[in-house]
Design a protein around this ligand. Sequence first.
Ligand SMILES: C[S@@+](CC[C@H](N)C(=O)[O-])C[C@H]1O[C@@H](n2cnc3c(N)ncnc32)[C@H](O)[C@@H]1O
Length: 465
Amino acid sequence: MDCSIKKQCGSCQYIGMDYQKQLLIKKEKCQKLFPHHFVHDVAGMEKPYYYRNKVIVAFNQKYEYGLYEETSHRIVPMKSCLLHDDETHQVLSTIQKILKKYRVSIYDEKKNRGFLRHVLIRRAVMTNQTLVVLVGTDHVMKGSKNFCQELIKACPSVQSVVLNTNRRQTSVVLSKQEKVLYGKGFIVDQLCGLTFKISAQSFYQINHEQCTVLYHRILSLLNLHQDDIILDTYCGIGTIGMFLAQYVQTVIGVEINKEAYKDAINNAKMNHISNIHFVNGDASEFMHQLAIQKQKVDCVVMDPPRAGSTKTFIEAIRTLQPRQVVYVSCDPTTQARDLKMFAKIGYQSHDVYPVDMFPHTEHVESVVLLSKLNTKKHINIELHTDELDLTSSESKVTYQEIKEYVRDKYGFKISTLNIAQTKQKCGIKERISYNKPKNENSRQPACPKKNEEAIIDAFRYFQMI
Ligand SMILES: C[S@@+](CC[C@H](N)C(=O)[O-])C[C@H]1O[C@@H](n2cnc3c(N)ncnc32)[C@H](O)[C@@H]1O
């Protein structure tokens, strides 16, 4: 399927391209960003269309609606879009008719005059509920009662209409000032067997089907125990934490957006989940405080915005020493940067699992498990081999390269790497010896195995075995 306005709109960089090819491109992109990791195939959609549950459009003075042309504020009028469902377009075209009928004034950016700036539509796909947010320059909308009545009559899926007042000359769409014009100010959706209330300002994953794939991937990577205390950082309306709460003793979620935080509390109540608590604040500051209090933390899920995480957050992980961290990212570039910081504090990152949350665009979500290396910082590894001669001047890899590889990916330093030449031909595994780990009875995966795997992995990477 192709889109007639793709060139002007520019939102879907890959539209018209074979979907399997898109997935391959995204995998290659991840492989470039994570050269030392195994990158799995991108988890794609069976029907990669009409998946977006949220759209923000602007109207022009002719009451045509659309997205902005790439890198400009010129509206590209659209009648339909391959990413949004029919109901979204039904609601939008009804709004268009009503706006026209009542001659609602449209905001003119150049003159900084007029009322309606944007319309945000959010859909709850499982319950077929729609939330409409009108973004205007005033806190009063003339004729709002008639507007709502006509809209609801024509589109019964609309459960609530909210007026968001934004007077600032900014590209940020929503302000904090809101008034409910109709309904309760939120919609309710179902996800992973739970019910979630979503208000206008709260983050909610835009691809419902792939969100389920993503959350199950997180669960499958974590090795959760019933007495665990886990953190859901950057938690939004609490979806991941609530999904995991049934497997552990306690979940603590942290979220900076007040509306999302309030939704999270209500969501826990609505689902009768009593072992989850939420904190409204900055995730890094929260982690820092937990580190000062020496709070017991077994696992951490982190799902930051595109900018990624912070040094403070990662430093707190060094103190808290959770067994596992699952890092979910909508920008693998910043994730790759952060994984290097994790390696420095002794957290080894494992395979990369990309999930296609945004088909037809260049974006990809990626999930990586990190685990604490419970080992001495310096290890001695003896490698006996007749196949490798790393000491020769012609060798393809130097000690230094092996050491750097292991340090960057696995987070520990090799102080000496002894290669002994023997005539035996045996598997590389048997040729490696190492110091005993500090804590043999720990629940961690055996450390010698990790060290051994790291070295073998390095040799494979440099194609020495
Ligand atoms: C990518 S969303 C993930 C939300 C949630 N985990 C989910 O799956 O729906 C990132 C969330 O982090 C929140 N956020 C952004 N900066 C933050 C910060 N410094 N501290 C805490 N939360 C933050 C945003 O409001 C948003 O809800």
